[in-house]
Design a protein around this ligand. Structure first.
Ligand code: PNS
Length: 165
């Protein structure tokens, strides 16, 4: 059985993430989406919420499951008998750090990393930008799944109107 993991913070999952997960699901028998807990980082959504949203938006894929992990991704891979990490690469700016992580993970546990080029429709897209735009009332409806958009609107207060001079 060929298993791959798509790890990330997914705070929140975007259409760019979903594109990579869907394409990975065509290449592997089973894809585990692994949500990093990392409690030390400030998140908009708790890991339970991030996991729940991912389950909702990947429900249509028969071979995709969602789980969370705390600690090293290679330990999660070993526990779940996953051989490959799949990561999306948006631009050359992603590459330096991703290369370091891939080499470290291979050195630590022999886990391979496969890089998948992001769909150009989403090459500018990140969870951080989605949160920033949504915080100031910008329209992110075309950037995240509908279930995520709903939650963003619930979570983020409506922007205050500009003060009149
Ligand atoms: O969505 P992100 O924030 O880019 O995801 C980064 C993530 C969670 C995939 C990465 O930070 C990670 O794998 N963290 C787990 C800790 C770990 O294994 N660190 C060593 C990597 S070489």
């Amino acid at each position: 059985m060929r298993r791959a993991v798509c790890p990330g913070s997914f705070d929140p999952v975007t259409l760019g993430h979903l594109d990579i997960i869907g394409r990975a699901s065509l290449l592997y028998d089973e894809v585990v989406v692994a949500v990093g807990v990392n409690a030390s980082k400030k998140r908009l959504f708790s890991f339970e919420e991030r996991t729940e949203m991912l389950r909702e938006v990947t429900a249509g894929y028969g071979n995709v499951t969602v789980d969370s992990f705390d600690g090293l991704i290679v330990d999660f891979c070993r526990q779940r008998e996953v051989q490959v990490i799949v990561k999306g690469l948006r631009a050359i700016s992603d590459f330096d750090y991703e290369l370091q992580m891939a080499q470290m993970n291979h050195g630590l546990a022999g886990i391979e990393t496969m890089f998948m080029t992001t769909n150009p429709l989403y090459s500018f897209l990140s969870s951080s930008l989605v949160k920033e735009v949504a915080t100031y009332g910008g329209d992110v409806a075309g950037l995240v799944p509908e279930a995520v958009h709903r939650r963003l609107l619930e979570r983020l207060p409506a922007p205050r109107p500009l003060a009149q001079p």
